[in-house]
Write a protein that binds this ligand. Structure first.
Ligand code: RP5
Length: 155
């Protein structure tokens, strides 16, 4: 697709591993339903920290408004992204370990004061809610999107 026809990506979704893709496809689907342009990238806070930093730098430069970050186990992805941007960061803790996501919930939600991550529910419910929350943030300045979000939430 030519550069000029690409919709500006307003939500950048980062997942810690390819194994997180299935559940996070719910985020992509929900944003598509709401007409919000997004892109999903695999980048790990532990395995590819430099790639995370570069994706946030280019996201901020290219007009990303909200970051959604999903990871399991010692889930530091959302916190790492929040360290590199002042744009809103939503964290989705994922299950799959022997602790069923309780580990990733605490790793994502317990950010120190000054560097917030808005943390949603573990797994699929969180994946959908992250998309709706991102759309709600964007809808503050976009009445047509606000209407689509209201409709989605009603039914
Ligand atoms: C986290 O560890 C990922 O986000 C994933 O949820 C979990 C397991 O990763 P893989 O071993 O499947 O790559 O970093």
């Amino acid at each position: 697709m030519p550069e000029s026809q690409k919709a500006t990506v307003r939500v950048l979704i980062l997942i810690g591993s390819e194994s997180d893709r299935t559940v996070m496809s719910k985020t992509v689907d929900t944003l598509n339903e709401l007409g919000v342009a997004s892109r999903l990238e695999v980048a790990s806070a532990h395995r590819t920290p430099e790639r995370v930093r570069e994706l946030v730098a280019s996201g901020d430069r290219d007009g990303v408004c909200v970051y959604i970050c999903a990871a399991g186990m010692a889930a530091h992805l959302a916190g790492t992204v929040a360290a590199h941007t002042t744009r809103p960061v939503i964290g989705v803790p994922l299950a799959g370990s022997t602790l069923f996501g309780f580990d990733s919930l605490l790793s994502t939600v317990q950010m120190p004061r000054g560097v917030p991550v808005a943390t949603v529910a573990i797994g699929e419910h969180g994946a959908v809610n992250a998309a709706i929350l991102a759309a709600q943030i964007l809808a503050v300045g976009d009445p047509a999107l606000a209407e689509r979000v209201a409709k989605r939430r009603a039914g």
